[in-house]
Design a protein around this ligand. Structure first.
Ligand SMILES: C=CC1=C(C)c2cc3[nH]c(cc4nc(cc5[nH]c(cc1n2)c(C)c5CCC(=O)O)C(CCC(=O)O)=C4C)c(C)c3C=C
Ligand SMILES: [Fe+2]
Length: 490
């Protein structure tokens, strides 16, 4: 069969089933007129067929909302073409089929397509000796302490100062949960579970963990991705809601690395910036809450208390951080899901873990707990909602400090919803999110050799240093500013 009749066969995809869509007939046709050696057809997931130009990486997706059957029939395949997946949708079985002059690799992926998934997370100190250097990395991040441009040169000395003075208090916290953060272990387990969930959905991937402030650092994960020759990458931050201080900060690191590297700058990447609204996540949260409510003697009387990690108000009001809006919408969705299950408890949202001498999102968790106790609330279910793993702020702050405060304030029955960790419906939903994101992978940034022009201009740098030092000196000499700084950070 010649190239023209192959494109005719591909056009059949569109004609065959009314619900089928072809992203671009023209692109499909032009792909079909390429030499056979350059084109790969692959059946990625149920309902999804992809045609890929091996040389340019150009991918055209054809999707069918009613399963693969139409797509596959449209291609006039011969041979054993389908089997039922667990979800009841048709999917391709392994084998090679002929479409015009082309071979259709009907296994779950083309052989030369190496899909990577990069899980982004914050990272945590593994031993008490790691605490100060971990805090240094955190406070040295310009997305965590946002200094005006003129003061940026103070970032590192300030990080050294704050981390040194905060370390003893943080160490106490980490000591009380066993001497270190459980984050690396849990994130590694999530990576493994995600890889297996993707395999069950016929997608073979390498899953990497990239932490922002501790090992394994994002930079290490990216080096491994390069070594492994990954051809498409999905970036999945393990924060359901987007904040400049979390997902935003990690993406900034990635963008810098990708700009400066020829291989990375042409690697097709898809970033899932937030996923708090996904049905699978909402349902998994509702499942955990429903189960926990059953532990109370009178479940319907329990106040549901969502406690989210705070961010400074200026992030939301001045820098346009969508975190607060996304958090509120997320809570609405969870409560709607519970209502649909006949659970209509009262609920409230507060923000925890504030650090530093600035206003954070209100209301504050500790203040609300006291008020609820005073109002006569007797039963309370705490729901950590900004993070999907157990960590110091669930295990120490909520389970110890806030529980103690609540009981002291008159609340008699206390419960806490566990973090999702490796919950199977949650992990399965993350796998779906990866599969859905993959077709839109495109190159992140054009390759440039260097970026910040100011940093290389010695005159501009000297002026900034001079003015910055004078201003910093005046600020630190102000007794009010100094006291606010000392009381809030340490
Ligand atoms: C969505 C979650 C988080 C947001 C938003 C966030 C913002 C944020 N955090 C700090 C300061 C600290 N965070 C610390 C630890 C920490 N924070 C999160 C999550 C969010 N942070 C996690 C998962 C962890 C790690 C926990 C672990 O188990 O190790 C710490 C260190 C711990 C401590 O000393 O309290 C600090 C400090 C700021 C300033 C900020 C927003 C600007
Ligand atoms: Fe934090």
């Amino acid at each position: 069969m010649d190239a023209a009749s192959s494109s005719l066969a591909l056009s059949n995809i569109k004609l065959h089933g009314s619900t089928n869509t072809l992203n671009s007939d023209q692109r499909i046709s032009s792909l079909c007129s390429l030499p056979k050696s350059r084109v790969t057809f692959s059946c990625k997931t149920s309902g999804n067929l992809q045609v890929r130009d091996r040389s340019t990486g150009l991918v055209v997706s054809c999707s069918s909302s009613n399963g693969d059957r139409d797509v596959i029939q449209g291609l006039h395949l011969s041979g054993p073409i389908e089997k039922k997946s667990r979800l009841g949708q048709a999917c391709c079985s392994v084998g090679t089929f002929t479409v015009g002059e082309f071979a259709l690799e009907s296994q779950s992926q083309a052989v030369d397509d190496k899909v990577g998934v990069l899980l982004l997370n914050l990272g945590g100190p593994e031993t008490l000796d790691d605490v100060q250097p971990f805090l240094y990395n955190l406070f040295a991040d310009p997305d965590i302490i946002r200094l005006p441009r003129l003061f940026r040169f103070l970032q590192e000395p300030l990080a050294k100062l704050i981390s040194t003075y905060r370390a003893p208090k943080s160490k106490e916290g980490y000591a009380s949960i066993g001497g270190g953060s459980p984050l690396r272990k849990i994130t590694d387990e999530q990576a493994q579970a995600l890889k297996m969930a993707l395999e069950e959905k016929n997608m073979s991937t390498n899953v990497y963990v990239g932490m922002r402030y501790w090992y394994p650092f994002t930079e290490e994960a990216i080096q491994q991705i390069k070594r492994d020759g990954i051809t498409r990458l999905v970036v999945l931050p393990l924060y359901p809601q987007y904040s400049i201080s979390t997902t935003g900060s990690s993406i900034r690191v990635l963008q810098k690395m990708f700009r400066e590297d020829a291989y990375l700058s042409s690697l097709p990447v898809s970033i899932i910036k937030s996923w708090y609204q996904r049905e699978g996540y909402i349902k998994s949260m509702a499942d955990l809450m429903q189960a926990e409510l059953k532990n109370f003697a009178n479940p319907q009387e329990v106040m549901i208390f969502f406690s989210a990690h705070g961010v400074p108000v200026s992030y939301v009001e001045n820098a346009g951080d969508p975190y607060k809006d996304q958090m509120e919408e997320c809570i609405c969705l969870i409560m709607q899901e519970l209502k649909a299950r006949g659970i209509g408890n009262e609920h409230t949202l507060a923000y925890q873990s504030r650090v530093g001498p600035v206003q954070w999102l209100k209301p504050y968790t500790d203040e609300v707990l006291v008020e609820l106790g005073q109002k006569g609330i007797k039963s309370l279910l705490a729901v950590p909602v900004s993070f999907v793993s157990e960590h110091i702020e669930t295990l120490e702050e909520i389970d110890m400090e806030y529980k103690h405060l609540a009981l002291e304030s008159g609340i008699q029955n206390w419960g806490r919803v566990p973090a999702l960790n490796c919950n199977s419906s949650f992990i399965s939903d993350l796998a779906d999110a990866v599969i859905e994101a993959l077709p839109s992978a495109t190159a992140l940034a054009p390759h440039t050799s260097s970026t910040d022009a100011d940093d290389h201009d010695p005159f501009l740098y000297a002026i900034k240093l001079l003015f910055g030092s004078v201003l910093a000196f005046i600020l630190l000499l102000s007794p009010k500013a100094f006291m606010a700084f000392r009381n809030n950070f340490f």
